[in-house]
Structures are given as C-alpha cells and as structure tokens.
Design a protein around this ligand. Structure first.
Ligand SMILES: Cc1ncc(COP(=O)(O)O)c(C=O)c1O
Length: 407
C-alpha cells in the first residue's frame, strides 16, 4: 500500500510549498507530486507507484511514455517543433485528412485546448447566424454541461457555479434540460444560430445524451438552419469505443461541427474544430487564428496516435464492458451505489455518499481516480488498459467500498 508519503518527504513538501507561494491559488490539488510514468502507472517523487485511472483527466490516451509517442516526439523535436500558421508543414493537412476520414466532417481548424476549440466553434456559430440575419445569434445549450473556462465557453456552460463570478457573459444563450424533447422544440426558433451538446456529459457526472434527443436536435437544426455542435472534448476520440460519441447512435447523428481535444495528441496541447463545408464556410480568411495551434510536433504525435487508435477501438469496447460489469457487481453489494454509467472507457459510479475521501483512500492504496459533482467517481483510464489493470482497480475499490460506515 502506498501511503501519502510524498507530502512528508522534504522534496515533495518543498514543491508544494513553492506552489503555495508563487502560483495563483485556483487549483486544490491532491497531495501527490508526480515524477514519471510508464504504461498505465505513474510514480511520485518518492518512488511510490499508482495505477492511473484518470489519465490526466482523459488526456493520456496511450498511458505514459508510450514507445511510439516517445519516438515521434524525439524525432520531430529535433526537426521542427513549431512554425506558426504563416507557413505549411507536413502534418496539419495529413491530420485533417485523417480526421475527415474518421469523423465524416471535411474541414479542421487546430487550436491548443478544449476551451479554445469551443471558442472557435462559437465564432463559427455566430458568424453562420450573422450571415443569415443579424438577429440570428441565439445558442441553445444544456443544463449541467461543461464546455471550458474561457468567457465564451463559460457562457454556454450550464452550471452556475462556474459562471457566476464572471457575469455578464455572452448574450443570447438559453439553457435547456438535457433529453427533454419538448423543451428543445419550444426553445428553437429562427433566431437560433447553434445548438451545442456534449454527447456524454463528463464533468457533469457521466450523463449520456439520448440518441432520440440528438436526432431531434439534428432535425431542428436543419429546419431552422442552425449549426449542430457536438462537444466531444472528453467523450470523443476513441474513449467511447468508437472514434466519436455520435457514432454510437445507429444511424449516426452527424453534427455540423465537432470539437475535440484532450486525448488528441496524447498529452501535448492540441484541440480541433472539425466542421462540414456549410459550417466551415462561416469562417473566412482572417476571421480566426492561433499562433500555436496545429504545431508540427502536436500534429505529428496526433497522427501517430490515431494510427494506433485504429487498432485499439475493439479493446476499448471490450475492456470498458468488462470494467462496467465488475463495477455493476460492486453496485449489487453496496446500496450507496446508485448507478454505473458510461461508454467504453468513460465510466462514472454515481453514489448517495460523497466521493472525495474515497479518492484519497484510493490514492493511498495506489489508484488514481477522481470525483465529479461530489458523488460521482469518475474513471477515464488510458486506452491501453486491459482486464488485468481493471481487476487491480476493482480490487482497490472493493476494499474502499467495504470500509464505508454504511456497510
Ligand atoms: C466536455 C468538455 N468541454 C470542454 C472542456 C475544456 O477543455 P480544456 O480544459 O482543454 O480547455 C472540457 C474539459 O474538461 C470538457 O470536459
């Protein structure tokens, strides 16, 4: 068992103290100072090993120090890291072509994070509406959603706790209860420029949108000439066991715009807006840009990752199903577990008790997870996780659940 020893050693303590003195105090970090990782495991500065089932909040898709990722980073870093978007390099167009093939959407714009990609998508929506009518600027978004921390993304984030310190935000945003077809029908109008939906709400507690709802949103967006935007930043790029969440529906509900980020470059900052021709036409020359977006390094790593992901998708589905089944078993034994939700390797355990102490207990036993919305344990393991790592994680969780006072 690992103890939270890193906080008691002098180096870890010094690192934590230095941050307390010099960093803006916006994060409440767990008391753990990490040094390196390998596969599904990370190690702290004292050499303690942890099974990483949160993977940088869904970013480290191939775990840590994946040999192919390390090799292309080494090679590309020695050739060309960044060139700006004044010039071409080999990898942006190639990555955009791959994304078009797997998404069904033709054109990409590269950014550096999820929230920045959302900002670009919002500009696409606003410009699309504006070209039709100056009054067509409304955006429909969902309660309980999370789209990022910049002002535009906050404006469409359906959780007051993130927005309230920064108001007033963008005008014209309406929040709707998820999966309520009547509310959607009642809210949409000629003034609607876009409808934004997280296919599976991640930060909100792992809540999938119903396929019927997504289909309705698609039909209404078509009827009112609005853009349908899917935020796949947390739930996309392989995590659900398909390339993107919207491909879980049969037939697929294709959006006009899809936004992805987190796992795309395995830990290097890269976000993307992938749009059909109609949506992409809303952004003309000089209307949007990014100095860092789509660097040679990040795009090359993303290409390597997507190549590997081609073969990993069946394993994500298989291991995800196995993980859910094992968690369901635990749910059968512990009445405080209300529900196990998720798709592929994006899973939430919804409980009637707070999860924060369980996250700390898991850490002390060598498992990294997190908790969202106070009572939902969230699992975003790397895509390379197998049944063996799931068994290890479930063993630790079983011991924590059994120790709960309500048992
Ligand atoms: C669904 C969703 N959208 C947007 C974001 C914002 O992404 P970033 O933190 O990269 O800006 C997140 C981050 O958690 C997310 O889960």
């Amino acid at each position: 068992m690992n103890s939270a020893t890193s906080t008691t050693t002098s180096e870890a303590q010094q690192i934590i103290e230095r941050e307390r003195e010099f960093l803006v105090q916006n994060y409440s970090r767990y008391p753990l100072v990490l040094e390196r990782g390998e596969g599904c495991y990370v190690y702290d500065v004292d050499g303690n090993r942890y099974l990483d089932f949160i993977a940088g909040i869904g970013v480290n898709a191939l775990g840590h120090a994946h040999p192919r990722v390390v090799a292309v980073i080494r090679e590309q870093a020695a050739l060309l890291i960044h060139s700006s978007n004044l010039y071409y390099h080999r990898y942006q167009g190639a990555l955009a072509r791959k994304l078009a093939q797997v998404s069904g959407l033709q054109r990409s714009f590269f950014a550096n994070s999820g929230t920045e990609a959302i900002e670009g998508a919002l500009k696409m929506v606003r410009s699309h509406g504006n070209k039709i009518d100056a009054r067509k600027f409304e955006i429909l978004s969902l309660d309980n959603s999370f789209h990022g921390r910049t002002l535009g993304a906050l404006s469409i984030t359906g959780q007051a706790k993130y927005r309230r310190d920064f108001e007033p935000l963008l005008a014209g945003v309406k929040f709707l209860p998820p999966n309520d077809l009547g509310a959607l029908e009642g809210a949409v109008s000629e003034r609607t420029a876009g409808i934004v939906i997280e296919w599976i709400q991640g930060e909100g507690g792992i809540f999938p949108v119903s396929h019927q709802y997504a289909r309705k949103a698609r039909a209404l967006a078509d009827q009112y000439n609005a853009l349908l935007v899917f935020d796949e930043i947390q739930c996309g790029v392989g995590r659900p066991g398909t390339w993107f969440g919207y491909q879980l529906a049969d037939p697929v509900v294709l959006p006009d715009v899809m936004v992805a980020a987190k796992p795309l470059a395995c830990g290097l900052p890269l976000g993307v807006i992938v749009a059909n021709e109609r949506a992409a036409a809303a952004i003309g020359s000089g209307m949007h840009g990014s100095t860092f977006g789509g660097s040679a390094l990040a795009c090359r790593v993303a290409l390597e990752f997507l190549d590997i992901l081609d073969e990993l998708l069946p394993s994500i589905r298989r291991v995800g199903k196995y993980f859910r089944a094992r968690l369901e078993d635990l749910a059968g034994k512990h009445s405080f577990i209300r529900e196990v939700r998720g798709q592929g390797l994006m899973i939430g355990v919804d409980m009637s008790v707070p999860g924060k102490q369980m996250v700390l207990d898991a850490q002390a036993r060598g498992l990294l997870i997190n908790c969202t919305h106070d009572t939902v344990l969230r699992f975003l393991p790397p895509y390379i996780a197998t049944e063996k790592e799931v068994d290890e994680a479930v063993g630790i969780l079983a011991s924590i659940f059994s120790a709960q006072p309500s048992q």
